[in-house]
Design a protein around this ligand. Structure first.
Ligand SMILES: Nc1nc2c(ncn2[C@@H]2O[C@H](COP(=O)(O)OP(=O)(O)OP(=O)(O)O)[C@@H](O)[C@H]2O)c(=O)[nH]1
Ligand SMILES: [Mg+2]
Length: 624
């Protein structure tokens, strides 16, 4: 039973925690273990790994994109009470830092996972800093102690140093430590882990504070996530900060501009394992989902309509990169998409910002184009991929960085911390390339396996489009991690891309013969039979300028069959690019056409003559 002290109630029957870490340090795998040990899965039922990574893109990319709630119940041996543990799994990739920042508002403590071989990485710092700012209790979990390169002692020291560097209080820096092998669902108080996760459960019960709340005050609930349900509309997820909420109750929510909107709670849920269960009533300290409040947004406070007092609004850090999203203007417009009008595009993007808080959408001078800003290229790429899977057709421009102005009027640009792991023979090429992009070397170390770890500070502008180049330079063996560091005065000019594009001359179907002619110029993106249009980019030119080629050209052949076979054998396989690679490839005067079935790069100006005229004008203007 909850214990009452003075006015407040200590909900000893609840713990709310989030799992935070750098990307890939094992958060979602650890949640599997917690669910399994709490017997959420019936015996013998086979569960797949990383069960919380439930959306299609997460499974394809092997990363968590959206944070998700789950809950388990365990017995507290000290009180012999069943305790409900609400767990929020969060994404580790830096581009989704905004997502982590806001869900931290739901919890009282965190498990900070640190890979026993890699140690604290840039995103470990970011998420720890946010947790410390909110004064959350932190349990450090040194995970992957089974890795050959694990050095738990060193990693623990580095983690402690990070706490001190981030200004942790004495109490915060005096954190409990648990060692784990998430993949085997084992944990221990030393690196020699036990047979199960019991030590982690014990530490959670002992160290994560039970919510201390006022159930007698009027209702206040902060909305930290939104979900859509075809039957129930928007469901708002968050923590009840005070009071209680019941199904059928008349409530109100307070919007960003201070308006109070009345509504009725038509459904009320909480979490149990992987499911939501309908409940009648929930009280302060619990994490619940409610439906019935149309138009509600993240950051709003659900309250008693008679005493509408808003909770502090959730803030997330400002976006650093933007792209324009526009109605597809290619000659192939409307052939492949279901949703393609400017109205549909606009509706979809403005709907997104209700739940994707770190994203911004702005109208531009043109009704057909919107400006979309996010926390990085991946943040925007995930949105593009999600929309095309929903049937949208549109085009996007090359990403550009968002500048700011300092109070003294100086122009500032975003900088990233770039962490690189490469073989020593690649150091020269990588250093040169980053120097050309205004990257400044901060640190260089040799790893225990003989690879070299380099840390640079570089303007985001220089890093856009760098990944593909980096992988080519290191023949795919390099590891590259970037995370936003700060806004600072403009660095000098950065190296522009060293290649141009091969541009289709006319509309038609690409032929083997036409492509054979183009092949000598660079790398092709299409194969014979592909439909092309004039001004579409069909490959990468080795040289920095663009050239137009007639890839639809046919040759009159006397013995066609033999000749085609012969030529076919000689055509090199075209380069297959992922969405991220297409985005990296884009030049300023190019657009990416996105449809549910195809991605195509095109010149902004499709007409050959007009493009030439513009180029000529630009060259003339550039002359001294
Ligand atoms: N050797 C070893 N591998 C592990 C362990 N825990 C997780 N992994 C592996 O690490 C990889 C990443 O695991 P995830 O659970 O997806 O990591 P995550 O922190 O959720 O990643 P994001 O959500 O994308 O930030 C997977 O291939 C796991 O199998 C561990 O204890 N030992
Ligand atoms: Mg994950």
């Amino acid at each position: 039973m909850p214990k009452e002290i003075e006015m407040k109630t200590i909900r000893t029957d609840i713990r709310n925690l989030a799992i935070i870490a750098h990307v890939d340090h094992g958060k979602t795998t650890l949640v599997d273990g917690l669910l399994r040990q709490a017997s959420v899965f019936h015996e013998k039922k086979i569960i797949r790994d990383r069960i919380m990574d439930s959306n299609e893109l997460e499974r394809e990319r092997g990363i968590t994109i959206l944070s998700k709630n789950t809950a388990i119940e365990i017995n507290d041996p000290r009180t012999d009470q069943l305790v409900k543990i609400n767990i929020v799994d969060t994404p580790g990739h830096a581009d989704f830092g905004g997502e982590v920042e806001r869900v931290l508002n739901m919890v009282d403590g965190v498990l900070l996972l640190v890979d026993a071989a890699e140690g604290p990485r840039p995103q470990t710092r970011f998420v720890l800093q946010k947790a410390l700012e909110l004064n959350h209790k932190v349990i450090v979990v040194i995970n992957k102690v089974d890795r050959k390169l694990a050095n738990s002692e060193q990693v623990l020291n580095d983690t402690f140093d990070l706490f001190i560097e981030l200004g942790a209080s004495e109490e915060q820096a005096n954190f409990p430590v648990v060692y784990a092998i998430a993949t085997q669902h084992r944990a221990g108080y030393t690196a020699d882990v036990g047979p199960d996760l019991q030590p982690l459960f014990e530490t959670i019960l002992n160290s994560i504070p039970a919510p201390v709340v006022d159930v007698d005050l009027p209702l206040q609930m902060l909305v930290t996530s939104l979900d859509y349900d075809n039957f129930r509309g928007a469901t708002a997820i968050g923590r009840i900060v005070s009071g209680e909420v019941a199904i059928g109750e008349q409530v109100a929510y307070i919007t960003a501009d201070g308006k109070t909107v009345p509504g009725e709670i038509t459904y009320l849920y909480d979490y149990q394992g992987l499911k939501r269960q309908e409940i009648e009533l929930a009280r302060a300290g619990e994490i619940v989902a409610v439906a019935g409040l149309e138009g509600i947004t993240i950051g709003d406070t659900i309250c008693n309509p008679e005493t509408p007092v808003p909770l502090p609004r959730i803030r997330v850090e400002a976006p650093t990169v933007r792209m324009s999203f526009g109605v597809n203007t290619s000659p192939f417009f409307g052939r492949e998409g279901v949703w393609k009008t400017s109205r549909k595009l606009r509706e979809r993007l403005f709907r997104e910002i209700r739940s994707n808080l770190a994203l911004r959408v702005e109208d531009t001078g043109s009704a057909d184009t919107l400006l979309v800003s996010g926390r990085g290229e991946l943040h925007l790429a995930i949105l593009i991929e999600t929309m095309r899977r929903e049937g949208y057709e549109f085009h996007v421009s090359r990403p550009e960085v968002i500048l700011q102005t300092s109070p003294s009027g100086e122009v500032l640009e975003p900088f990233e911390e770039v962490r690189i792991e490469i073989h020593s023979e690649d150091i020269g090429a990588v250093m040169e390339s980053l120097n050309n992009r205004q990257g400044v070397l901060q640190d260089m170390r040799e790893s225990s396996t003989g690879t070299v770890l380099l840390t640079f500070l570089a303007p985001t502008r220089g890093i856009l489009g760098f990944r593909h180049h980096f992988l080519t330079m290191t023949k795919g063996t390099g590891v590259l991690n970037t995370s936003f560091n700060k806004y600072a005065p403009l660095a000098g000019s950065v190296e522009v891309r060293s290649h141009g594009s091969l541009v289709a001359y006319e509309t038609g179907t690409a032929t083997t013969f036409g492509l054979k002619n183009a092949e000598g110029r660079g790398i092709l993106f299409i194969s014979p039979g592909s439909k092309v249009y004039g001004g579409m980019v069909v490959g990468e030119n080795k040289r920095p300028d663009d050239i137009e080629i007639n890839v639809c050209k046919t040759k009159h052949l006397t013995n066609m069959r033999n000749n085609i076979r012969e030529i076919d054998q000689r055509l090199v396989t075209p380069r297959e690019m992922s969405l991220d690679q297409y985005i990296e490839y884009l030049a300023d005067d190019e657009l990416l056409e996105v449809t549910p079935h195809n991605l195509r790069i095109r010149k902004r100006i499709l007409d050959h003559g007009e493009r030439m005229k513009l180029n000529k004008k630009e060259t003339e203007n550039a002359l001294p």
